[in-house]
Design a binder for this molecule. Structure first.
Ligand code: 6GU
Length: 226
């Protein structure tokens, strides 16, 4: 899989892909991530990428030319399953979407800024519009990093046994059960006996009950979906 991210702030994306699991996935050759600086595609002599909104009002709008040229250039040499625009008015990201996108081919992700991108770019190029929640970020970069992380960790071979995605919260529409590690007693607080029993079947049952209990208490909406 190949992920191309278009942004006017490429440095914002340096961090997330240069550490930990994402870096390992890239180093193992399981995914390629390319960050493209939209400004380098601007044909304006001052490398301008935005302009005032027609009709007036506060806030700038990202112009068609630099983004369209960058997309066209990339499409010449790669096929994309989805061209995604990160925007607070998109469909809210969930585990099902991450699972689905992790199975497919190449992705292009466009990060917006200011008031967003010219609507005609959305009409011509964008196949999916994704938000990461009901709050406003200053740009799509952090959202693109969140989306990429949620997808890349699901690509087969990225996680090992210790980090397996199978027991994640949301993987089966349940929150994850509580977890414990050494010491078995801390400040008089003991680890649940069953976890020390060595009885694998009992432990699995306990974990399922705890996951169900936690979901009922904290996220009853997840159980209604079942
Ligand atoms: Cl995708 N972009 C911005 N700018 N803000 C957001 C978002 C995206 N998702 C939630 N808030």
């Amino acid at each position: 899989m190949r992920i191309d991210i278009l942004t006017i702030l490429p440095r914002l994306l340096d961090g997330p892909f240069n550490d930990s699991i994402l870096k390992r996935a890239i180093d193992k050759g399981l995914v390629e991530v390319f960050i493209h600086d939209i400004r380098t595609y601007s044909k304006n002599k001052h490398k301008k990428v935005d302009d005032y909104a027609f009709g007036g009002g506060a806030g700038m709008v990202m112009q068609i030319q630099p983004i369209a040229d960058c997309i066209d250039f990339l499409k010449q040499s790669n096929d994309y399953d989805e061209i995604i625009y990160m925007t607070p008015d998109g469909k809210q990201l969930n585990q099902r979407m991450a699972n689905q996108l992790s199975l497919g081919g190449n992705l292009m992700i466009i990060c917006g800024h200011y008031k967003g991108i010219d609507e005609r770019l959305r009409e011509k190029y964008i196949t999916k519009e994704i938000s990461i929640g009901d709050y406003v970020l200053s740009g799509g970069e952090l959202a693109a990093a969140v989306l990429s992380d949620s997808i890349i960790r699901l690509i087969p071979g990225v996680l090992n046994d210790e980090t397996s995605a199978l027991t994640d919260s949301f993987q089966d529409d349940l929150l994850a059960p509580p977890v414990y590690t050494r010491p078995a007693e801390y400040d008089g607080m003991k680890v649940p006996e069953v976890l020390l029993s060595g009885n694998f079947k009992k432990i699995e049952e306990w974990r399922y009950e705890q996951a169900l209990e936690r979901t009922k208490k904290r996220r009853p909406d997840l159980l209604e979906k079942k």
